[in-house]
Design a protein around this ligand. Structure first.
Ligand code: SF4
Length: 354
């Protein structure tokens, strides 16, 4: 481990000077910190800011979240993606009310027992909200530590991961001696340095408070550390969505719990094997009859994790007396769709109808 006698105060002082002024950093409320940490997973700060503010205005406490209907929770999350996070926040809030009297528990062991709280979130909560010396190892911290120590092996290797955990714990133990609040500040300082200075490509070493201790910089290895796994090529998928209309209403259905985007609403859809498909045959499969009027709308393209999806959208007005099978969902007025939580691509379809 690098001689950390001066390193710790240097990084803490840099954090005092340079940290972004974010609303969840102005509070010690564990609930507010928890919501921010979950929203920030795989999502940028500038995207999270308006969501976090709206969430805290609408559901300001664990009890308010536990009482809320899932539709309301998902609506607040609409557009943030990875909806499992919202469902698990809801489940965890209910568990906190029933098992911990509505207060987030203050131990790592109790936190990781809650739905959706893993090692990272528990570490962040223990250190930031409860000032406990529990390290965090997200992508930013891994990058800073592997460069600081010039670790060339892949951080996912078990022995490297163990070494990183030990390093993070050692630095944090030193930081904890600085005084009250230092555990949270130290972990946030490492993450902030990785987010602002020690970025994946072209880190700003000239402005880095750790540059004089950084072995990767000294050895000219900065651009080669950490080792990364190349991303797999995206998988292409095609889905047909039908806007099935009757007067001022359309059919929409809720995706089943446990499915991708479970609990969100969508227009009746069916995955097809490629871009070449017979729209009438697909529509017949959904509707149960051969539709005579089927109007093609502009396809929508979006990416979810490693899937690049084209949504082929068709509009159809049902004949008089059509009885919709339960699998197609419920009739909803087009001017009332705003209140329902939709997955992003289906929200774009709904927006064209509203
Ligand atoms: S000197 Fe450069 S590579 Fe080393 S920790 Fe700082 S920003 Fe990262």
């Amino acid at each position: 481990m690098t001689n950390a006698t001066d390193l710790v105060p240097q990084l803490l002082a840099w954090y005092e000077r340079s940290a972004r002024d974010l609303p969840w950093r102005r509070t010690q409320d564990p609930y507010a910190i928890w919501i921010s940490e979950v929203m920030l997973q795989q999502t940028q700060v500038k995207t999270v800011l308006p969501y976090w503010r709206r969430w805290m205005r609408t559901l300001p406490t664990v009890r308010a979240l536990a009482r809320a209907r899932l539709d309301r929770v998902l609506k607040l999350w609409e557009g943030l993606g990875y909806y499992r996070r919202a469902r698990q926040l809801h489940q965890a809030a209910q568990a906190i009310v029933s098992q911990h009297d509505g207060r987030l528990p203050a131990t790592y062991r109790q936190l990781v027992a809650l739905p959706g709280i893993g090692a990272y979130t528990a570490g962040a909560l223990c250190s930031i909200a409860f000032d406990q010396p529990v390290p965090v190892l997200d992508g930013n911290v891994c990058r800073v530590l592997t460069r600081l120590e010039a670790i060339r092996a892949h951080p996912r290797q078990a022995r490297v991961a163990r070494r990183l955990r030990a390093l993070a714990a050692d630095y944090l133990a030193r930081a904890a001696r600085v005084g009250p609040g230092a555990c949270g500040r130290w972990n946030q300082a490492l993450m902030e340095l990785g987010a602002l200075v020690c970025v994946p490509r072209q880190p700003d070493c000239a402005r880095c408070p750790l540059s004089r201790w950084c072995k990767a910089r000294r050895l000219g290895l900065v651009e080669r550390i950490p080792r990364v796994t190349p991303r797999p090529a995206p998988l292409v998928r095609h889905v047909v969505a039908l806007v099935i209309r009757r007067a001022q209403t359309v059919l929409v259905r809720r995706r089943p719990a446990g499915a991708v985007n479970g609990g969100l609403w969508e227009f009746p859809s069916l995955e097809v094997s490629g871009a070449e498909f017979d729209p009438k045959a697909v529509a017949r499969g959904l509707l149960g009859y051969q539709p005579s009027n089927l109007i093609s709308l502009r396809p929508l393209r979006h990416q979810i994790t490693r899937y690049r999806i084209t949504l082929h959208v068709f509009h159809h007005t049902v004949p008089p007396g059509f009885q919709a099978p339960a699998a197609l969902g419920q009739w909803r007025r087009t001017d009332r769709l705003e209140g329902l939580p939709f997955a992003r691509a289906h929200r774009r379809i709904a927006a064209t109808l509203e």
